[in-house]
Structure formats: structure tokens, C-alpha cells
Design a protein. Structure first.
Length: 664
């Protein structure tokens, strides 16, 4: 007792408290693990019952769990116990990849995110969704939901729903009665052919609407269908059957519009009116050959424009597109403007075309573009003078008006080209002149009778197309009247053009563009500036070069002929000597070649020869014979033949010794 009452008493109490805490912790963990369904695995706030061949939701899911994984099983619509509906802590349920044929009931009442994709759901009732008052995100992709299978107003019962995904179903129209707080609706890859005007009246907070891959036509979308979607930022209508963009698009906040893979062959001038917040426009893979001038004027925020896979026709109607593309800022990216016709510019980028290469029909009565010789402005009471080009353009531009699907875009007003009275004093708006600095530099100057924003000067060497890398250009401000062209090639003809950029940032063809050809000086010319090289001097230089080349060729031919003759002569001598040795040599020659000179003899046949040394005994005796070893028919087959006096001669195979000998 004294021991327990001593200083150890405090330490003993701490020890007991520690072990009590451990026991309580183990008990809590044991009770927690005991609440996990036996078919599943639980970890903190997660219940993993996925991929276990379950046909119903297992019992035993208690409070404390937030995420319930039940995907990739065989659960049917009748496999949801009522006890599951009262588990208030569960917020996310994964049920994709099961065998549901209708929207399930008795799901946890506080479910916020529900995944039901890849089932066979065909019907959706109001009662099922009424149980999920806090549902915010619903995935119903890859099911068999049809328009008649959705009870009218069913989705409206999910009052908190913000994201609804119905991709790849069998819907033929937009479900009636969508929740008011809906922000994203995906209806792509369905069979929707008709959208009623009231389909989106109650979903004014909608920000993203996807209708790609349906059966929509121009008549299937009622006018003004999207007009009231004031918060819509993205509208996708790709892979449908539209021939022009739907009218009356929302202009307050629309930032992305997808119209690719339709049958659009025209875009009225007011189709994108007031879409000043549109940042991305995709009209790729349609049937567009040309565009109405001014169709992009309202797109002040445009940053991405995709127009690939359209049969663009690069005739006179595309000139304004060339000008518009060149006027875009570096922040705007336009892709896909490639010519498909006519054949001479096929495959060329429209941005790289020049105005003078595009062929335009000449129509005196009604030119396609207004010119400086149009009707002068009517007299006014004010004393302020306006430039002719400014007055003319202001008369030609009309304010865009809304259009109806069957109404063509308004044409430009006709232009009177035969005004009464005398013409203005300026017959030619531009006059160009050149000044030669040296063989590679030219100063270009011009005079203009009106004020413009800028000039573009282009120059290209004769023989090169004006749309390849050989053409160069430079833009100068409207206050300048000259430019220096450097790094030119000497004695070359260049085509130099000056184009006008008016106050509307448009290059104007015809009289507002002037071109001329000029030839640069020779590199080593000593003549007075501005004169070309003498033609006679050029001819003489050409003749001299031709003479040098001709002389060199003649020398080479003579050398080759000499070598050939020498080779043939040598070959003839060799052949003659061989024949002489084989047929006509005298026997004295063999004796002299063998014994008198180097104690050897020369044995020759028609195909070879050899030198055979004589032995010492024969040299001492001083008496020996030499026998030629060739045969008349060129054959071989000689052998040694012993004579009576112990001398050796060469005999034929027939053992008949030769009778020709020589005595030393």
C-alpha cells in the first residue's frame, strides 16, 4: 500500500489510461469494420462493391460512408433495398455497367453525383427523381432512353440538377421540363430531328449545350430557339444536316460555336451579327465555296477560326477574304482557307494570294467592287470636304439586318458608273516611278490623290509565280510615298505593284492598284545610271563564250582520237609480232636467243611462252639441239624425246621427233 501511495502511483495511473485508450480504439475499428457489408471492402469513407457479380445492392451500408462503388455488376432495377434510401451520408453512387432497365428507386436520399451510364435504362419516372432533391450531376450516357420513355417533367423534379448527360441514347426531341438551374446539357449522338421553340425557355442559366451527331435540319430548329439562353457560352451543332447556321443565336455570352460536318453552303451576312464575344468558330467540313463579304465583321473577339475541308473557290468573290485574313492580328488563328478551284491555284492558301492573280470578270455596267470613278457624292449644305473614297464607301455599305432562313442575304446596291458631267480631275489614282541606285537596289516612288491607311508594295522576279516564296511584300503607312527595294538580282526583270489599303482596312482592286515592270542594271556596268547594257556587247560576249566552249570540245575530241589511234597501232604491232613468232621465225633466232646470250632458250606456243635454262653438261659439251614446240594447229602435248646421241629434243605425242636442229 505504501508502494502504491508513493511517487509510482501517478505513473501507474498514466499507464492504465494509455491501455484503455488503445482498447477503445480497437473496439471502434472492430465495430466499424463490422458495419461493412460482407460482400464488399470498406476503407474510411469508401465502400467497394464493384465487380463482384452482385444482382442487388448488399445490406449493411451504414452511416459514415460517402462514396458507394457498385459498378460492373449484374444489379437490376429491383435490387435496391429501402434501407439504402435512408443512408444520409452517401453522396456519390457509381452504378454504371449493370443491368438496369429503368431509373432506380430507393437510392440514398442525399446523393449528389449519380453514374448510371452503360445500362439499358428505357424509362425515367418523376417519382424516381423526386427522391433525389439534392442531385446535382446525373450521367445517363449509353442507355436506351427514348422521348416517350421520359415522363413529362421528370427531370424538373431534380430541383438541384446542374449537369445532365444524355449522350448516345434514342431521344428524338429535347425532353420537356428541364430543371431551371441546369448549366450543362449533353444531348449529342441521339436521333433529335426537331427542337421546339419552348424547349429551352426555362433553362436560362444554361452555359453549355451539346447537340452534335443528331438529325437536325434547318426546318427542325425553330427560329429563336437559342435566343433566350443569355448565359450560353458553348453551342455545338456538329454532324447534323444544316445548310446554314441557325438564326438568332444568343449574343450576350456565346464564346464557342461548332458547326463542322454539316451541309452548310452559305452563311448570310447577319448570321453572326452581334456575336462580339465569340472566341472560337468551327465551320470545317461543309460545302462552303465562298463567303458573304462582312460576315465576320461582328466577331471582334474571335481568336480561333477553323474552315478546313470546304471546297473554297478562289475567284473574284474571295478577294475580300484575302484582305480580311491579312488584316487579322497575331492573336487570331484562322486555319483551313485553301483553294480548291480554279485549277491554277488549287492547293494554295488563300492568305498567300495576291489581288492581281485572282481573275475577275470585267463587267462595265456593274463592277463587283466600287471604284474611284463612281458617282460623286450629292451636294450638301456643309462646307466640310470629304475624300471621294470615303464618300463612295459610305454609300456602298449597308447596316446588317436579321435574316430568316428562306430569305437570301441583302445584295449591295447597284453602282452607277456613268455619272453625268465631266469625270473628276484624277484619271489615275496612282502613278509609279523608279530610280536605280545600283545593280541590286531600286527606289520605288508613287503619287496618290487621296488619303489611305497604308500601302502594300509587292515585287516578284519575272518567271516566278506570285504566290510562291519568290514574291516579297512590304507594307508602309499611308503618309509614305516611296520604298527602297534591296537584294535584287542584277539584270533581272521584276514586276512591282503598289496596292492601296483604305480606311476600312480593305485592299481594293482595279484602279486602286498599279503594277509595272522594271529591269535592274548589270552588276559591273560602267554606263550612265538608268541605261541597260549595250545589246551588241551582250551578243559579242555570248559569241566569245560559245567560241571558248567549242574550242575546248574540239581539243577534247582530238585528244581522244589520238589516244584511240595510238592504242590501235600498238595493238596491231603486238598482234603482228605474235603471228611472226608463231609462224615465221627463223631457227637462227632461237639459237641466238638461247645459247649465245644468257644460257637459256625461249619456248613459245600460240597461247604462252617460257624461258628454259640449259644445264651445265650441255654447255660443256657444246652440242645440243633446239626444237620449236608449237604445232601448226595450235595444239599442245609435247614431251621429251631422247635421241641416239643422248641429246634431248621436244617431240609430239606420236613419238615422231622433229628433224629441225641447230648446231652451236
Amino acid at each position: 500500500m505504501e508502494f502504491l501511495a508513493g511517487p509510482w502511483n501517478k505513473d501507474w495511473a498514466s499507464f492504465l489510461q494509455f491501455w484503455l485508450t488503445v482498447i477503445l480504439s480497437l473496439q471502434m475499428q472492430f465495430s466499424s469494420s463490422a458495419s461493412c457489408p460482407t460482400e464488399c471492402r470498406c476503407d474510411k469513407t469508401f465502400v467497394y462493391c464493384n465487380e463482384r457479380s452482385l444482382t442487388s445492392v448488399p445490406l449493411g451500408v451504414e452511416e459514415g460512408y460517402k462514396v458507394l462503388y457498385l459498378h460492373n455488376n449484374q444489379i437490376n432495377s429491383a435490387g435496391f433495398p429501402i434501407e439504402l434510401h435512408h443512408v444520409a451520408s452517401v453522396e456519390t453512387v457509381y452504378l454504371y455497367g449493370n443491368q438496369l432497365d429503368e431509373f432506380p428507386i430507393n437510392l440514398p436520399k442525399n446523393t449528389r453525383v449519380l453514374h448510371l451510364q452503360e445500362n439499358n435504362i428505357q424509362t425515367i419516372s418523376r417519382a424516381a427523381l423526386a427522391q433525389l432533391a439534392k442531385l446535382e450531376e446525373l450521367h445517363l450516357d449509353d442507355n436506351s432512353i427514348s422521348t416517350v420513355g421520359v415522363e413529362e417533367g421528370a427531370f424538373r423534379e431534380a430541383v438541384s440538377l446542374k449537369l445532365l448527360f444524355l449522350t448516345k441514347n434514342h431521344l428524338s426531341s429535347v425532353p420537356i421540363g428541364l430543371p431551371e438551374d441546369l448549366k450543362e446539357l449533353r444531348l449529342d449522338e441521339n436521333r433529335i430531328a426537331i427542337i421546339a421553340e419552348e424547349a429551352f425557355q426555362n433553362v436560362t442559366r444554361l452555359q453549355r449545350l451539346l447537340l452534335d451527331g443528331n438529325l437536325l435540319t434547318d426546318e427542325g430548329i425553330a427560329p429563336g430557339t437559342f435566343q433566350d439562353l443569355a448565359n450560353l457560352r458553348e453551342l455545338a451543332l456538329a454532324r447534323n444536316s444544316l445548310t446554314f447556321p441557325p438564326p438568332l443565336l444568343p449574343s450576350q455570352s456565346l464564346a464557342k460555336l461548332s458547326l463542322q460536318e454539316n451541309q452548310i453552303d452559305q452563311i448570310p451576312v447577319a448570321a453572326f451579327a452581334d456575336l462580339n464575344r465569340l472566341e472560337k468558330l468551327d465551320i470545317s467540313s461543309n460545302q462552303l465555296q465562298t463567303l458573304t463579304q462582312g460576315v465576320f465583321d461582328s466577331l471582334s473577339s474571335l481568336r480561333h477560326l477553323m474552315v478546313r475541308n470546304n471546297p473554297w473557290r478562289c475567284d473574284c468573290a474571295v478577294k475580300w477574304v484575302v484582305v480580311w485574313l491579312k488584316s487579322l492580328s497575331s492573336e487570331t488563328n484562322a486555319r483551313g482557307f485553301v483553294c480548291q478551284s480554279p485549277e491554277k491555284v488549287r492547293g494554295m492558301a488563300i492568305r498567300e494570294l495576291t489581288l492581281d492573280i485572282i481573275e475577275c470578270p470585267v463587267d462595265v455596267d456593274q463592277p463587283p467592287w466600287p471604284t474611284l470613278r463612281s458617282t460623286p457624292p450629292p451636294p450638301t449644305t456643309t462646307t466640310t470636304s470629304a475624300s471621294p473614297i470615303t464618300t463612295k464607301i459610305s454609300n456602298a455599305i449597308t447596316t446588317p439586318t436579321p435574316y430568316l432562313p428562306d430569305t437570301p442575304s441583302p445584295p449591295l446596291p447597284p453602282i452607277n458608273n456613268n455619272p453625268p458631267g465631266p469625270l473628276p480631275p484624277y484619271q489615275d489614282p496612282l502613278q509609279i516611278s523608279f530610280s536605280f541606285v545600283n545593280a541590286t537596289n531600286i527606289d520605288v516612288s508613287w503619287d496618290s490623290y487621296f488619303t489611305v491607311t497604308a500601302y502594300k508594295v509587292t515585287w516578284v522576279k519575272r518567271g516566278q509565280t506570285q504566290i510562291n516564296e519568290g514574291m516579297r511584300e512590304r507594307t508602309v503607312s499611308g503618309g509614305r510615298r516611296h520604298v527602297s527595294l534591296t537584294n535584287l538580282e542584277p539584270r533581272s526583270v521584276y514586276r512591282i505593284c503598289v496596292h492601296v489599303l483604305d480606311t476600312l482596312n480593305s485592299y481594293r482592286p482595279g484602279e486602286d492598284t498599279i503594277c509595272s515592270e522594271v529591269k535592274t542594271k548589270a552588276a559591273s556596268s560602267t554606263k550612265t545610271p538608268g541605261r541597260d547594257q549595250d545589246p551588241q556587247e551582250s551578243i559579242n560576249s555570248t559569241l566569245l563564250m560559245a567560241g571558248i566552249i567549242g574550242g575546248a570540245v574540239l581539243i577534247i575530241l582530238v585528244t581522244l582520237l589520238s589516244l584511240f589511234c595510238w592504242h590501235m597501232h600498238r595493238k596491231s604491232r603486238s598482234s603482228s609480232s605474235k603471228w611472226k613468232y608463231n609462224r615465221g621465225r627463223r631457227k637462227d633466232d632461237y639459237c641466238e636467243a638461247g645459247t649465245k646470250k644468257d644460257n637459256s632458250i625461249l619456248e613459245m606456243t600460240e597461247t604462252s611462252f617460257q624461258i628454259v635454262a640449259l644445264n651445265n653438261e650441255q654447255l660443256l659439251k657444246g652440242d645440243f639441239r633446239i626444237q620449236p614446240i608449237y604445232t601448226p594447229n595450235g595444239g599442245i602435248g609435247f614431251r621429251d624425246c631422247h635421241l641416239s646421241n643422248n641429246s634431248i629434243a621436244y617431240c609430239k605425242s606420236s613419238n615422231v621427233p622433229s628433224t629441225e636442229f641447230c648446231q652451236t
